[in-house]
Design a protein around this ligand. Structure first.
Ligand code: SAM
Ligand code: SF4
Length: 337
């Protein structure tokens, strides 16, 4: 099988990683992500499960080796296991190396075994606090117990769990070591995410919530020997090892530019728009060629290649001067976090 990547952007980067949002809906309303009264897209605008299959399969045919399913909350999409089962054929053929998802964990107890059976080996579960009351406050609609049960189920099914925690000033600063110890005790990696200026969600001022990961790391260094790991994901994450526990800790700083030169990824929204850069508005519609040619993938493949040919060199968030430059008008739940 020809393993040469076939999606190469103008800066000679091979696109091997696709993140696909399968729904804009969610059973939580995290304060940094959604407003309480969200208006969701009409169902007809969303890609059907069959369209998602065709689209992802086209990317895999073009050299994508890693597929991350996200949302909204991917596990609230009706029939989503049909999609996972369909994608597992690409794992079996060897074309796809990894099939994974990012989830809030609320439905994990129901789906962990099915996901494992589809060849999913690792999952990212988002969790910002281990305090029941704070959890209810930050997710508005979530219950901590449900997510903890989901995490138990995932581990029981043999899935490797990574916890994703949004670093929020004045909210979970005091839980840094509680979360770190809890993850170490359960053999889970932990990644912190810097809060991003995404979408207009009305209430919270995210500059107030901004807790720099530099500061967070400095606090870890007060207690541990922290060593940088060479490993890069091709995305905005960097990793360190805590010498004393052997634990891996990740830092996702989407506001920095220092990963753009190795960027290997594109994102698809639940309506079939492709975004070639996390921090720029540049997008193209892939739903139109999908729907106009139900039997023929050639126009879709052409549209994908045309979009990759416009992938920008890098992105442009800037928190300087106390203003949020490059604030994105889209919600993360739409593009997929
Ligand atoms: N619902 C799933 C979940 O929460 O894991 C998947 C989608 S969610 C948009 C993906 C990730 O984005 C989550 O880890 C979430 O915490 C993070 N996220 C959402 N809004 C964010 C923001 N404004 N800044 C930084 N991270 C954010
Ligand atoms: Fe839902 Fe995930 Fe957004 Fe929270 S971060 S509201 S769980 S999509």
């Amino acid at each position: 099988m020809d393993k040469a990547p076939r999606l190469i952007d103008p800066f000679a980067r091979a696109i091997t990683y696709l993140r696909v949002s399968v729904t804009d809906r969610c059973d939580f309303r995290c304060v940094y992500c959604m407003s309480e009264n969200m208006t969701f897209l009409p169902k007809k605008d969303l890609l059907t499960l069959e369209e998602l299959d065709r689209l992802c399969s086209a990317f895999i045919g073009l050299g994508v080796e890693k597929l991350r399913v996200t949302g909204g909350e991917p596990l609230v999409r009706r029939g989503i296991m049909t999609f996972f089962r369909a994608m597992s054929r690409h794992l079996e053929s060897g074309a796809l190396k990894e099939l994974t998802l990012t989830t809030n964990g609320s439905q994990m107890a129901r789906f962990a075994d099915d996901l494992a059976a589809c060849g999913v080996k690792r999952v990212n579960i988002s969790l910002d606090t281990l305090d029941e009351e704070k959890f209810a406050r930050i997710t508005r609609w979530g219950r901590l117990r449900q997510v903890l049960n989901g995490i138990d189920a995932a581990q029981k099914a043999g899935l490797r769990v990574k916890i994703n925690t949004v670093a929020l000033k004045g909210f979970n600063e005091d839980e840094l070591f509680t979360l770190q110890e809890w993850c170490a005790g359960r053999d889970m990696d932990l990644t912190f995410i810097e809060v991003m200026p995404m979408g207009d969600i009305g209430n919270e001022d995210r500059l107030d919530q901004y807790w720099s990961l530099k500061d967070l790391r400095a606090r870890l260094e007060e207690r541990f020997t922290v060593t940088d790991l060479a490993e890069r994901s091709g995305g905005p994450a960097s990793y360190v090892r805590l010498h004393e526990t052997g634990q891996k800790i990740g830092f996702i700083t989407p506001l920095s530019h220092n990963f753009c030169e190795s960027c290997n990824r594109v994102r698809i929204t639940c309506t079939g728009e492709i975004y070639t850069c996390l921090g720029q508005e540049g997008k193209a519609d892939l739903r139109a060629p999908l729907r106009a040619h139900p039997e023929d993938d050639a126009p879709l493949i052409e549209a994908i290649q045309a979009a990759i040919a416009t992938k920008p060199r890098g992105h442009d968030f800037d928190y300087s001067r106390g203003d949020v430059m490059g604030r994105m008008s889209r919600h993360m739940s739409h593009t997929g976090g």
